[in-house]
Design a protein around this ligand. Sequence first.
Ligand SMILES: Nc1ncnc2c1ncn2[C@@H]1O[C@H](COP(=O)(O)OP(=O)(O)OP(=O)(O)O)[C@@H](O)[C@H]1O
Ligand SMILES: [Mg+2]
Length: 112
Amino acid sequence: MKLVTAIVRPEKFPQIKTALEEYGIQGMTVQNVHGYGQQRGHTEVYRGAEYTVDLLEKTRIEILIEDAEAQSVVGVLVSSANTGRAGDGKVWVVDVTEVVRVRTGERDDTAI
Ligand SMILES: Nc1ncnc2c1ncn2[C@@H]1O[C@H](COP(=O)(O)OP(=O)(O)OP(=O)(O)O)[C@@H](O)[C@H]1O
Ligand SMILES: [Mg+2]
């Protein structure tokens, strides 16, 4: 199994959610988060002191998925989250060694 994590623009989330549902994912976890990428926000001067506004609001999406479907889900995320502007976000994939459905005790692919 894989865990696909995406950090996206909050305003794009409804469209991304629809695209994921149309693809047929079984579940997702969503959080509002703060972060920065390679631009590191921007620097402002306030009362003579320079400081950096570097934490922007983003939405984090986590999806557990079977190995064979991971790249398709990455494709759905990237195409639905893209605006072409800096700050569109990032998607990454990690291996998952164990998944358990708490209600039934089912494991791994059948627990997704
Ligand atoms: N290296 C990283 N590690 C962890 N989280 C990251 C990393 N890069 C980006 N993120 C997360 O993704 C969000 C969006 O990043 P962003 O789209 O600005 O990435 P970027 O690499 O700067 O690309 P772009 O140049 O298109 O803006 C960040 O606010 C942060 O939450
Ligand atoms: Mg950026």
